[in-house]
Ligand binder design. Sequence first.
Ligand code: NAX
Ligand code: ADP
Ligand code: MG
Length: 280
Amino acid sequence: MIKLTTEILKQVIQVRPNNSYKGTFGKCLLIAGSAQYGGAALLASSAAVYSGAGLVTLATDPINFTSSKTRLPEVMNLDLKQSKLILELAKQVQVVAFGPGLLINEVNSRLLEKIIEQMKPEQTLILDASGFGIIKTFQVNLKLLQAQLILTPHVGEWQHVSELAVSQQTSKNNQRQLDLLTPAGAALVLKGAPSHIYFSQTETIFENTLGTPAMATGGMGDALTGILAGFVAQFGWQPEVVLAAVFAHSYLAQELAQKQYVVLPSQLVQALPIFMKQWE
Ligand SMILES: NC(=O)C1=CN([C@@H]2O[C@H](COP(=O)(O)OP(=O)(O)OC[C@H]3O[C@@H](n4cnc5c(N)ncnc54)[C@H](O)[C@@H]3O)[C@@H](O)[C@H]2O)[C@@H](O)CC1
Ligand SMILES: Nc1ncnc2c1ncn2[C@@H]1O[C@H](COP(=O)(O)OP(=O)(O)O)[C@@H](O)[C@H]1O
Ligand SMILES: [Mg+2]
């Protein structure tokens, strides 16, 4: 088990080249948010923008359009029902993040299946939250994916997907289930206190030594999904980039928690640009 340190931030976060433009830092498509869980979509999409993705589109229930545009005009919106448009855009982005705040239903599962079918090896799919309910309920096969894959379940979601009770979630069992369920190289960010990161068909496991109970507020995982999307969009898919995003999320929360009893996910998101500047 390798413990993450600040080395990973220095390694991954780069000074931006002068001759860059928004296209240099990648495009993200987030498929997230129902009427009930619009906040998850707002947090994930804002985290992608604040962590530095060049262009961010949120496909969501239209009821979230006004709040999305009012809170963050940088984010573009697509109607979750317009699956043709979503699939078209999904071909053009570096990262698709699927799941926060979605309803677990057949329409969303069909959309995910088509995305899995069409994504290319140079792209990355991040699966979070209701995405796990969808793959489990509708038996979606992740092995068909050719793109890179990042799974970000908390232990409750991992229990559902892996069929490992929390008490059975040992490193060995987690690795075996990950290898069974996903293509080689897929990352599993198993969120908890602390979080562990596994890679499919790879022996080495990483521990995120940081984190604080001040993070235990709904939406903190949605923010991580957006940070992962932003990091992969601009720094490319590499195991180190996944590790750096996970570490940055907890490190920043811990920094804020020195002066705060609770760290709100939206506060963490807003603090990202200043935090990243320290590590470029
Ligand atoms: N503001 C918002 O709109 C928010 C929306 N959310 C959305 O709400 C939906 C349901 O998410 P939930 O995470 O509540 O899903 P679940 O209700 O599926 O998961 C929580 C279950 O897992 C168990 N559990 C065990 N260990 C856990 C751990 N370490 N951390 C968390 N739960 C653990 C809990 O006891 C509970 O039974 C998702 O779509 C999610 O994206 C949440 O992200 C919270 C914020
Ligand atoms: N006590 C804690 N110590 C360390 N990290 C925590 C703690 N509580 C929550 N977290 C972190 O907060 C995030 C919570 O994610 P998740 O459960 O998906 O939240 P949500 O679905 O509400 O957005 C994870 O990254 C987890 O590691
Ligand atoms: Mg979550």
